[in-house]
Design a protein around this ligand. Sequence first.
Ligand SMILES: C[S@@+](CC[C@H](N)C(=O)[O-])C[C@H]1O[C@@H](n2cnc3c(N)ncnc32)[C@H](O)[C@@H]1O
Length: 270
Amino acid sequence: MPDGLPTEIDLTRPSAARVYDYFLGGAHNFEIDRQLAEQIASMTPNLAATMRSGRDFLRRAVRVLLDAGIDQFLDIGSGIPTVGNVHEVAQGANPKAQVVYVDIDPVAVAHSRDLLAGNELTGVIHADLREPERILAETRQLGLIDFSRPMGILLAGVVHFIPDADRPDDILATLRAAAAPGSFLVISHSTFEDQPQEMLDAQRLSARTATEITLRSRAQITGFFGDWTVVDPGVVHMPLWRPDSPSDVDEHPERFGAFGGVARYDQPGG
Ligand SMILES: C[S@@+](CC[C@H](N)C(=O)[O-])C[C@H]1O[C@@H](n2cnc3c(N)ncnc32)[C@H](O)[C@@H]1O
C-alpha cells in the first residue's frame, strides 16, 4: 500500500473498489476483500471476465470520444488505477488530454493520488456521486476541465451503486446540465435482464460491501442519458459495443451482466 494511506479506511468491511481491483489482477486489496471476491467468484466464475469486460468497454468508449475530439474527461467512480486507466488511454492518444478522477473510496483515491503525482494534467477528487454539485464545484476548482468546451463524463460501473431512493435520474440530470454541447456521456451499468439466477445471487452479496448494487433494465439505463443522442450501436450488452474485432465478442455477450452505452449532447435545435 502507498504511504499516507488514509486512516478512515474501514478494514472490517470489504470495499467494492478493492474487490474490483482484485478481480482485475491488481495488488491494492486486503484479505477481507479477497475473501468476498473468492466467494463471489465461486458462485459466478464469469465475474472476473465481467469486470475486465467493463474496463475494456470503458477503454473503447474513451477512444471513440478521443476520435470525436474530446480532450477532457470527468471520470466518476474511477476506481483503483489498475489496468488501462482512462488517463493512459487518453494521454496515449493526446498527450494534452486532461482527466479528473472521482471516487468515494479512500483507498482508490489514495492510490490514484500516488500514481498520478507529477502528472499535472490529471486530478483526483474524493467525493460521492450522490453529491454531483460538490463534484462539479471541486472539478471547477481544480481548473483542469473547461466547462465551456465539450467534455466526456464517464460513469463506468458506478450508477448501479446509487439506489432509486437517492434519485439517480436527478444526479444524471445535474451532471448533464453542467456540460457544453458536443459533450459525451459514457455509462455502463449492471442489469437483471437476460441474467441467470447465479448472477442475481451474487448481486445480493454486494450488500456486504459499503454500497449495494441496484440492477436495472435497459430502459432505465437508457433513461440516464436523458435527451442526449445515444450513438450507435445503442445501449447494448458491453461486449457488443463497438468491439475492436468481431472475434472479441463472446458467444453469449449477455453473460457479462451489464449494459453499456454512449450519448452525445447535440446543440439544441442544431
Ligand atoms: C466497479 S468499479 C468501476 C471502476 C472504473 N470506472 C471502471 O469501469 O473500470 C466502481 C467504483 O465506483 C466507486 N463508487 C461506488 N459508489 C460510489 C459513489 N456513490 N460515488 C463515487 N464513487 C463510487 C467504487 O468505490 C469503485 O471504485
